[in-house]
Design a protein around this ligand. Structure first.
Ligand code: ADP
Length: 487
């Protein structure tokens, strides 16, 4: 580890304050104040980039691309390996920055840094395996090839709920493929992204290959990227309404596009499930990041023969989840990210209760942004929570009788990101996995994400896949070369 620069939290904050990362770390012309959801206090003054900085960054990304695309895949791989090492060497500081900026419990933040580094490691390896194809022609003198080349400079808008992993899941395959990459982290979470960028420079990466532009106005700073034809690829993780806007904006210059949008994950527990395992899996799935993930379950369907047993066991365990200061190791539920997040949770709970839901645990705001882990039973399909993503620590339980019915209810949404079910019946496992209209299906598994697996949604949950070889394809274009050897 000694070969890597390791920053303390104080050193990292000093470095990040009022700076953004273009070719190098640069002081900003203007700034905005970042506050923490932990107690609302001011944390740092952050670079507030606008269209002018964005335009310069496109020139920088284009110039860097002209040499980066011709670099050896082995050299890119070696740099990514070093970036991975630098991330692990700085795991604690990255985790502390993340907890500070968005309130994730510190043990989860450490886990996210390891998970984020896992993408860098995987794509360091994959960089060397971007194979083209040589295929037969009907003409004896012809030799036909399909080359795979980097798509070009890319622009990413990344979300606040996974400040490290959502950046590396996009940037690592792009850089491995030979693309240059500009990231605009969510305005609430600039800290982790900037330190990740700094670590990329520290390990000797060429200037301009990765740029991090922080801004309080995503719309203003983003506009030039959509207008400029040199940006060949847009990648976005966020809500479905914003994804639709960006999809339209990409049309004018016909950009390649990846969208990871909203979810509304069903979790089905069939009558032959192992209830104890299901309880633990739903807790892991629902309450990670205080329920602020796009693949966390939003609707729990339990077979009517098990629903009371499940609800009792589940709410007993959920009531033990510790709400508190996310900087403490024993914290399991931290603050929600902002007041709008709290308001949405309150709206969903109040609406459900007014229509007959029962609160088994939690159900009222503790203080400030701290909302406890909550379980609702007697939930019915006319409640808001059964149709909209809550993005908070509320688990609604409803019951079902019939497999075909519950699959139909699970699919009755415009979303199609993640879904889960528990059963011990192998035939049912295949049948239901095939019928669920979701990009991700966890069978007896509440935590399916992995750097080597395809992550992405169907329907209005998105376009494209991140992770594994599928994630690399998003940053490559295919070029057909036909050679006629006839003399
Ligand atoms: P959230 O605000 O909950 O993170 P959103 O999907 O609304 O989810 O926003 C995700 C990101 O997209 C944020 O960083 C936001 O600033 C940015 N964004 C919103 N609208 C636009 C837009 N019109 N152009 C570019 N970025 C946008």
């Amino acid at each position: 580890m000694a070969e890597y620069t390791v920053y303390s939290l104080e050193q990292a904050q000093k470095l990040i304050a009022n700076h953004y990362m273009a070719a190098t770390f640069q002081p900003a012309a203007q700034s905005y104040t970042l506050t923490t959801p932990i107690d609302g206090s001011e944390v740092l003054s952050i670079a507030d980039c606008r269209a002018e900085e964005a335009k310069t960054s496109i020139d920088t990304a284009w110039t860097a691309f002209e040499s980066w695309r011709d670099s050896s895949a082995f050299d890119r791989s070696a740099l990514l390996e070093k970036w991975y090492g630098a991330m692990l060497a700085n795991q604690e500081t990255l985790a502390q920055l993340m907890t500070l900026e968005m309130g994730k419990p510190i043990t989860e933040s450490r886990g996210e840094v390891a998970y984020a580094a896992g993408y860098v490691k995987w794509y360091a390896e994959e960089a060397k395996r971007v194979y083209g194809t040589h295929f037969p022609a009907h003409h004896a003198a012809k030799r036909l090839l399909a080359l795979r080349q980097p798509v070009g400079p890319c622009y990413a808008i990344t979300p606040w709920n996974f400040p490290a992993a959502m950046l590396t899941r996009k940037a690592a395959p792009a850089l491995a493929a030979g693309c240059t990459f500009i990231a605009k982290p969510a305005e609430k979470t600039p800290l982790t992204a900037l330190l990740l960028g700094r670590l990329w420079l520290d390990v000797g990466a060429p200037e301009g290959t990765l740029q991090i532009l922080t801004s309080s106005s995503s719309r203003q700073v983003s506009a030039p990227y959509f207008e400029d034809g040199r940006i060949r690829k847009i990648t976005f993780t966020g809500s479905t309404p914003v994804g639709k806007i960006l999809y339209k904006q990409s049309a004018d210059t016909v950009k390649k596009l990846s969208l990871e949008l909203g979810g509304h994950a069903p979790f089905i527990i069939f009558e032959d499930a192992d209830v104890a395992q299901a309880v633990d899996a739903v807790i892991a799935c629902k309450f990670r990041n205080s329920g602020q993930t796009c693949i966390c379950t939003n609707r729990i369907y339990v077979h009517e023969s098990l629903v009371d047993t499940f609800a009792t066991a589940f709410s007993a365990k959920v009531s033990q989840l510790k709400l508190g200061d996310p900087r403490q190791d024993d914290c399991q539920i931290g603050p929600l990210v902002d007041q709008a997040g709290v308001a949405k949770v309150q709206e969903h709970v109040e609406d459900a209760v007014s229509k007959g839901a029962k609160v088994l645990t939690g159900g009222t705001l503790d203080h400030n942004l701290y909302y406890p882990a909550t379980v609702l039973s007697n939930v019915s399909n006319d409640m808001l929570i059964m149709h909209e993503e809550t993005f908070g620590p509320v688990a609604p339980i409803t019951s079902f009788r019939d497999e075909a019915d519950v699959v139909r209810m699970a699919n009755d949404t415009q979303y199609g990101l993640a879904s889960y079910f528990f059963t011990k019946d192998l035939a049912r496992a295949w049948r239901v996995a095939e019928k669920l209209e979701y990009g991700i299906v966890g069978v007896n598994d509440g935590a399916p994400s992995a750097p080597y697996a395809p992550f992405g949604g169907l329907k209005e949950s998105g376009i494209g896949r991140e992770g594994g070889s599928w994630g690399m394809d998003e940053y490559l274009v295919t070029k057909y070369v036909s050679m006629n050897l006839a003399e």
